[in-house]
Design a binder for this molecule. Structure first.
Ligand SMILES: [Zn+2]
Length: 416
């Protein structure tokens, strides 16, 4: 039987269902002890995920290709056609990550295409499913490498300088995986052929659980940044130095952590000190240096500025009181990403206004691409909100609701 789009579904019966695809992918890169996923870029587990993607493409008679940056594409219709509708996400993971962050979007994309074929709809725009490489940045420390390179937000030179924890460079890792690291770089022609990119993703918070909805639409990705706080004090003996004589940077650090919590709570934002380095790091020594990294995110720039300024002021006040020298350096910053309103409204219309619109504090490939392409996101309920952990979860009924919502969206955008 020839499909309504003119392509012939492969012989051998139905393509695998969501349930079957999910079960196939489940063991790939899962660590037996932790139960978490270690699908890091350009490793064996990543290669297995990529093979799975290619097999899914071929099983559906789609045109398979990798782009110059190692992102995978499966095309229904002409890969060189204009105004394509693209959906997909990523298959890599953070260290000991969950099963859903990334793969839910890729598996749902294939399942949504199957659903559209089942509905017998005709396609008037090319449709592609993607797997963006190295989204989590678990190995080389920079998130969204595949989409950043494509969008021209990461240069080839900067990418070539990336090293993993063992000193292996990104070019070495790509080459070992059979990809050409000299080819990487911006791909404006490819992006120019995309009319809309829709990424389905497991929610990484509890907003949908609280509203009681299985699926939501993203409004924006919160602005976020990282700041390094260096508290310099005076190393001294933990047993013989009178409390009054101490210049203890740990004390100032501790007050700063409490200030971060307070400021974030007041503003409805989030602020986290999740990483710390201590010198000399001895049990019986007052530290000479405490270095703490602040990660803070808020719904808008003004709120984030207020939170960050409040934390810094409190830290300086405590440092002055305790004879500690403080320097604060902003190490990275990502401004707010407002998803295109026209596309977002179109999604809401297609889904009949039955889904909530919500912001998120997590970064995504969709956020990177939104600078170049009209972009939207769908979220699927995560009942605990836990993410980047083996405990990350979405109920199968909600996953199926996500597939159907994505199919509705793709049908509304690409068919008829
Ligand atoms: Zn993700």
């Amino acid at each position: 039987m020839t499909g309504p789009d003119g392509t012939r579904p492969p012989a051998g019966g139905q393509p695998p269902s969501f349930h079957t695809m999910w079960a196939e992918l489940a063991p790939v890169g899962r660590h037996p002890a932790s139960g978490g996923y270690r699908r890091h870029a350009w490793t064996g587990a990543d290669a297995d995920c990529r093979t799975w993607f290619q097999e899914q493409a071929e099983a559906r008679g789609l045109t398979y290709e990798t782009d110059r940056n190692g992102n995978q594409w499966a095309w229904l219709g002409d890969p060189l056609g204009e105004d394509a509708v693209v959906t997909g996400s990523h298959l890599d993971s953070v260290p000991d990550g969950g099963a859903f962050d990334g793969p839910l979007g890729v598996v749902s994309s294939f399942a949504a295409l199957d659903e559209l074929r089942r509905r017998g709809v005709g396609f008037r725009r090319p449709l592609a499913i993607t797997n963006f490489g190295d989204e989590e940045g678990a190995r080389f420390g920079l998130a969204c490498v595949g989409s950043r390179l494509t969008a021209g937000q990461l240069t080839k030179e900067a990418a070539h300088r990336l090293r993993d924890g063992d000193g292996v460079s990104l070019p070495q890792a790509m080459e070992a995986a059979g990809y050409d690291p000299e080819a990487i770089g911006p791909d404006p022609e490819r992006l120019a052929r995309i009319g809309a990119f829709v990424e389905l993703h497991v929610e990484q918070g509890r907003a949908l659980d609280l509203t009681g909805d299985a699926v939501g639409i993203a409004s924006a990705i919160w602005p976020h940044g990282r700041w390094r706080y260096d508290f310099h004090g005076e190393a001294n003996h933990a047993g013989t130095t009178r409390l009054a004589d101490r210049r203890d940077p740990m004390l100032t650090y501790a007050e700063t952590v409490l200030a971060a919590r307070r400021e974030a709570e007041l503003a409805g934002a989030v602020a986290t000190f999740g990483k710390i380095a201590v010198e000399p790091n001895g049990v019986n020594a007052i530290p000479s240096l405490v270095r703490g990294w602040l990660d803070s995110r808020a719904a808008d720039q003004a709120t984030l500025d207020t939170v960050v300024a409040g934390i810094e002021a409190a830290a300086h006040e405590a440092a002055a009181r305790q004879g500690v020298d403080l320097t604060v350096v902003r190490e990275s910053f990502t401004p707010v990403v407002e998803f295109e309103h026209a596309l977002r409204d179109e999604l809401a219309k297609i889904l009949g206004g039955r889904v909530p619109v919500l912001g998120t504090g997590a970064g995504h490939d969709a956020g990177i691409l939104s600078a170049s392409v009209p972009t939207a996101m769908l979220f699927v309920r995560n009942p605990t909100g836990v993410s980047h952990s083996p405990a990350e979860h979405a109920a199968e009924d909600d996953c199926v609701a996500g597939v159907l919502a994505l199919a509705d969206v793709l049908e509304g955008l690409a068919c008829g």
